[in-house]
Every structure is written in C-alpha cells, then in structure tokens.
Ligand binder design. Structure first.
Ligand SMILES: Nc1ncnc2c1ncn2[C@@H]1O[C@H](COP(=O)(O)OP(=O)(O)O)[C@@H](O)[C@H]1O
Ligand SMILES: [Mg+2]
Length: 157
C-alpha cells in the first residue's frame, strides 16, 4: 500500500528528494550493493506526469537491478538541461540481460510511460557487463510547474 500511496508526495516534496529516498530505501534493504546517486541542476518539480514517470522508471530500474542483475554497484543519475530535457540513467555492473530475454511488464511499462511523454527510452546491456537504462524526457519551455500548485485530491498511479 505504501508503494501506491507514496508518489502522492510528488509535487510537494522535491523530485530529487523523492528519488534519493527511493535509492536509500534500496540501500537499507541491500547493504551488499553500493548505490551511487547524483542529481544535477534539477528543479523542485517538473509537473505531475514528468515527476511520476521519472519516479516509476527509477523504481522499476532499481528493482530490476537488485532482483535480476547480481550487481555490486548501481549508479543513478538525474540531470536536467533547463527548457530542454530531463535525463535519468540507472546503470548496474551485473550479469546483463540474458540474450533472447523478452521484456516483461516492467520494461515495457517504462517504455510506454516515456514514449507517451514524447521521450526516449533505451536499454544497453551486454552479458556479463551490466545494464544501463536511459530515459530522456523533453521539458516544456518556460517556467516549470511549481510545488503545491495543484489542487489536492489528484491521483497518482
Ligand atoms: N538490470 C538487469 N539485469 C539483468 N537482467 C535484467 C535486468 N533488468 C531486466 N532484466 C531481465 O529482463 C527481464 C524483463 O524485465 P521486466 O520487464 O522488468 O520484468 P520482470 O522484472 O517482471 O521479470 C527480467 O526478467 C530479467 O531477466
Ligand atoms: Mg522488472
């Protein structure tokens, strides 16, 4: 239930903090994996759809890295070019996606969310050489949506 409710804080809590918290949660659960997280030049919020898409992509990318990769290290980067694009990457040093493996609901869901916002989703993986999920979302020009600007009661999924 927590997992469904928590994104409601998006838009109220800065995106970078929400994402940092997701990473710390995995750190607490998987002490044998080293997580590195950096967020460069990011606004508080980019509006509901973008914030939620980044949040969900990171959630799935992290879950996959800890569940499937046998990674020792996972590196997460969030960076923004104002008025242009927002980029998230999740890189692990694990076993890579087995060749011939068909994307499941997790990877396909990520792709659909990203492409639905006109963004780009790529996944680079080599057997024995880790996996990198890369998401780029275009940003609208002009000022970004500020925090607490939406009426309460909106839904997040
Ligand atoms: N980071 C990763 N490292 C190794 N294998 C991965 C990674 N991410 C995904 N995979 C492989 O791709 C498959 C599909 O992933 P996904 O669509 O998220 O479905 P699910 O996680 O439910 O199996 C996984 O079952 C796994 O075999
Ligand atoms: Mg998955």
């Amino acid at each position: 239930m927590l997992e469904r409710l928590r994104p409601i804080a998006l838009g109220y809590v800065p995106l970078a903090d929400m994402i940092g918290e997701l990473v710390r949660e995995q750190e607490r659960r998987h002490a044998h994996i080293a997580f590195r997280f950096s967020a460069a030049a990011t606004e508080r919020s980019y509006g509901d759809s973008i914030d939620l898409t980044i949040y969900r992509c990171l959630q799935e990318g992290l879950t996959n890295a800890v569940r499937h990769a046998q990674a020792r290290q996972v590196t997460i980067k969030l960076s923004a070019e104002t008025g242009r694009q927002l980029t998230l990457s999740v890189r692990d040093d694990g076993c890579g996606i087995h060749p011939g493996k068909i994307a499941g609901f997790g990877l396909r869901g990520m792709q659909q969310r990203v492409e639905g916002l006109g963004g780009r989703y790529t996944i680079d993986s080599e057997p024995g050489n880790g996996t990198c999920v890369h998401v780029t979302l275009p940003l609208p020009e002009g000022p970004t949506v500020g925090p607490c600007s939406e009426a309460p009661g909106r839904t997040a999924s």
